[in-house]
Design a protein around this ligand. Structure first.
Ligand SMILES: [Zn+2]
Length: 136
């Protein structure tokens, strides 16, 4: 299976942000979702903290349903974190909070493609509020 070399980082990010832009907004995909708060922190490969926790509230009318966070490694190739699946599962189960951890699957730099994974860690907590579906 030779799929060729991964596209350079900039193209990948561009492609991914375009995919996010073109996705439906959260309120359209999940009409019952009334608010979403995201808390997250980045950790290095050995689990050391890289910076403080970040917390923000997302407006489901504006946020896109392809929900991505950039990897903090400026050299990372084809990595980043995609919370879309975690979000989809949380809404499907109507969970009020979800916590989890994602491992960056990108390459640590463009000279380490096919050799060293980035493996930065994202630890996140999603807090969700639901409304009643209006059936029309
Ligand atoms: Zn990365």
């Amino acid at each position: 299976m030779n799929q060729g070399k991964p596209t350079p980082r900039k193209d990948y990010r561009k492609q991914e942000s375009q995919r996010a832009q073109e996705s439906a907004c959260l309120s359209k995909k999940f009409p019952e979702l009334k608010s979403l708060t995201v808390e997250f922190g980045y950790f290095g490969r050995e689990g050391q903290s890289r910076n403080r926790q970040i917390k923000y509230t997302v407006n489901p009318d504006h946020a896109k349903s392809v929900f991505r966070l950039d990897c903090p490694n400026a050299e990372c190739v084809c990595g980043d974190f995609d919370l879309s699946d975690a979000l989809t599962q949380a809404v499907a189960a109507r969970q009020p909070t979800v916590t989890g951890e994602l491992n960056c699957q990108g390459w640590i730099s463009k000279t380490a493609i096919d050799q060293t994974h980035c493996h930065n860690i994202l630890r996140y907590k999603l807090s969700l509020e639901y409304g009643i579906l209006s059936g029309n």
